[in-house]
Design a protein. Sequence first.
Length: 347
Amino acid sequence: MDPDPFFPSTTSPIFQPPHCPRDVCPSRQPGSPFLWQRKGRYRRACDERVVQRFQCRACRRYFSTQSFRLDFGLRKPTLHLALFDTFISKVTQRQAARNLACTRKTVVHRLRLLSQHSREFHERVLAHARSRGGLRGDYQLDELETFEGSRRMGPVTMPVLIELHSYFVVHVEVAPLPPRGKPRRRELERGLERERVEGVRRSGSRAAVERCFRVLAQAHGRGRAPMISTDHKSTYGPLLRKAIPGTCYHVRHSSTARRDFCNPLFPINHTLAMMRDGLSRLVRRNWGVSKRREWLERHAWVWIAYRNYIRPITNRARFTTAAQALRAVAQRFTKDSMFEWRLVPAR
């Protein structure tokens, strides 16, 4: 594998632009050459960094190395790296805004930026692995339950699919669950108001689990039937046979067994426990819970980028990440290298 097939090449001391930043540039058409020339430099006022300027020979527009960076257009170019640490460290948005002397609107904007980049990078890694024969491993799936706004009126399910030997998170989904229990009067009023806006709240567990299995069907390598272990929930078997036609091995284990290292479901249980420990939105019964499940999913993708590509698998394996152990990538990323450049468009 190339050392870095996803970002602009930084191995050479002289930066070479991979493409024109304008989507409508004629050089972006298939088969068209990309010709460019250097056009001086300028110094950024926010961080005093010298930036190389270029000109595209096809559209005659100017751009620079900053056009390919993730902090393009940001007034505080290092704030998203500081916020990344808070997003994976069980810090709420308001507390992060207080600690870093910014507004909550800025925190929301950077969360959207980091989550979109993290998800696109992960999808690019799976696509790159699929082009080389697919992932090789065995998998586990389980659902984590939380809520949005109200514990009774807004329960949420969160199916998580991992590779059980490397603890690599393959996919995650967030879906609603129907109301449960007897709500209080205030909770009932809020639930009725949300129902008028979003419609009747129905279970999305089956659709979310099926999407996870479909991602696995695309990412897993051909020539070897995957083995998926779950608990005894009755819907997993039919959904697995529907999403992965052909031969696959479905192993079921008891979810009520003692959750120690000897439990066959220890890898997925450990991953879900780490998610609850790292994401402020998943800490049980506090005011940091998500008000909308869409933002819970965004937050989860930031944590997945950290778990798969930045954090070592264990404290003993300090130089090996989950993605390296699964051979999905060749190098270990840091938060600076992960969130420095934008992704190169897929060819």
